[in-house]
Write a protein that binds this ligand. Structure first.
Ligand SMILES: NC(=O)C1=CN([C@@H]2O[C@H](COP(=O)(O)OP(=O)(O)OC[C@H]3O[C@@H](n4cnc5c(N)ncnc54)[C@H](OP(=O)(O)O)[C@@H]3O)[C@@H](O)[C@H]2O)C=CC1
Ligand SMILES: CC(=O)N[C@@H](CCC(=O)OP(=O)(O)O)C(=O)O
Length: 344
């Protein structure tokens, strides 16, 4: 059977190069085109020497990726993707957008947090939010997928089933999330400069991070009523990984065992979510280089404390995008994706 041609717009960023790594190992697709803004006509090994072996493709202009591919991943800064997505859809192609351009359904909220307006409102209505474990049926029929934010994935996966079943209170939820530095992309900033972040830990955008409305959109959808969250992101001195520690109140009469049972039940046939047995603790090493989210549940007095970990470059971006592609193209959901982490 001939392979599906897939292309990457923004292939030279961290997400783009992780997509190259993962797609290279996917048995049912062929990486047909990689696009760039600053490295047109340069070989990808000039940008990332590690990619060279067996895959020394040349970067083309981002706009040329569309005609050379059946399905396109856009891995661009916010506000830059929509024009490319529109063009791809006009040409009858499917798209998985890894930025935030299609994630928020309410235009006023998107404008408030990103200072960008929707170009094609209908396309925004049609775009499907690609949190695979919760919106699988819609994803299968989608033309455009909004791949979820990395912090958002780690916080939404444990909380959504619990809010849906009203096992935790919707008030007073707090999440503190530590991220590796690749989460900030390849561009250089003082915050990610080695002497600044090494042996350091830096909270940022306290009370005003742009993932807050996206998390609230998911939690509200699950609860069926408005839910708010206090969210604090923290930059941590590691390359990859996110650890979210989430604090919430048990609903009246609910025990930790009931909460554990609900998560066990909801995720029992979902290959990329591991709910650890009570007593174990989810760590970043549970998921490193895999497309998994590991969740552990704990309690302290009336509070439930959840540890949720993902690899931001895999389940938090490129891996989840490929999981979405697999569903859109009718492949096995796990095709080309690892459920096993590396121990170190
Ligand atoms: N890093 C992460 O963990 C995650 C990132 N994301 C999202 O994925 C997207 C890409 O992130 P990431 O790879 O980390 O970012 P990088 O900064 O590493 O890469 C950005 C990419 O976008 C291209 N680009 C930058 N500006 C423009 C422009 N004006 N026009 C066209 N192309 C442009 C760059 O091209 P060139 O190199 O050719 O200049 C590069 O390919 C972002 O929306 C990010 O928020 C989502 C989840 C997690
Ligand atoms: C550590 C770091 O800087 N992380 C990024 C979030 C990761 C990312 O790229 O955001 P999306 O998932 O929304 O695309 C940030 O705080 O903006």
């Amino acid at each position: 059977m001939s392979k599906v041609k897939v292309g990457i717009i923004g292939a030279t960023g961290y997400v783009g190069v992780e997509l190259i790594r993962l797609l290279n190992a996917h048995p049912q697709v062929e990486l047909s085109a990689i696009g760039s803004n600053s490295f047109v006509d340069k070989s990808i090994t000039e940008v990332y020497p590690s990619v060279g072996i067996g895959n020394d493709m040349k970067c083309m202009k981002n706009e040329d990726v569309i005609k050379n591919s059946d399905l396109i991943f856009t891995a661009l800064p916010h506000g830059v993707s929509e024009e490319f997505v529109l063009q791809a859809v006009k040409e009858g192609k499917k798209v998985v957008d890894l930025g935030a351009d299609f994630r928020l359904k309410d235009e006023a909220t998107f404008k408030e947090w990103y200072n960008v307006s929707f170009i094609d409102k209908k396309l925004h209505e049609e775009a499907v939010y690609g949190l695979c474990e919760h919106y699988k049926d819609e994803i299968k029929n989608a033309k455009v997928i909004a791949n979820p934010g990395c912090y958002v994935t780690s916080i939404s996966l444990p909380l959504m089933p619990l809010l849906k079943e009203k096992l935790i209170k919707k008030e007073g939820i707090v999440a503190d999330s530590k991220s590796g530095v690749t989460g900030a992309g390849r561009g250089l900033t003082l915050l990610s400069h080695y002497p600044e972040i090494n042996e350091n830990m830096v909270p940022y955008k306290i009370g005003n991070h742009r993932h807050t409305p996206e998390i609230e959109q998911n939690l509200t959808d699950a609860a069926g009523e408005p839910v708010e969250i206090i969210f604090t992101p923290i930059l941590a001195p590691m390359n990859r990984g996110i650890l979210s520690t989430i604090y919430c109140d048990k609903a009246e009469g609910v025990t930790i065992e009931k909460i554990q049972n609900e998560l066990d039940e909801f995720y029992k046939d979902k290959p990329f979510v591991d709910v650890l047995p009570l007593g174990q603790v989810a760590t970043v090493k549970h998921v490193r280089l895999s497309n998994k989210c590991a969740i552990s549940v704990h309690e302290n007095k009336s509070k439930i404390i959840i540890c949720s970990t993902i690899d931001n470059m895999v389940k938090g971006s490129a891996g989840q995008a490929i999981q979405n592609m697999n569903l859109m193209l009718g492949f096995d959901e796990c095709e080309g994706l690892s459920t096993m982490a590396t121990a170190f």
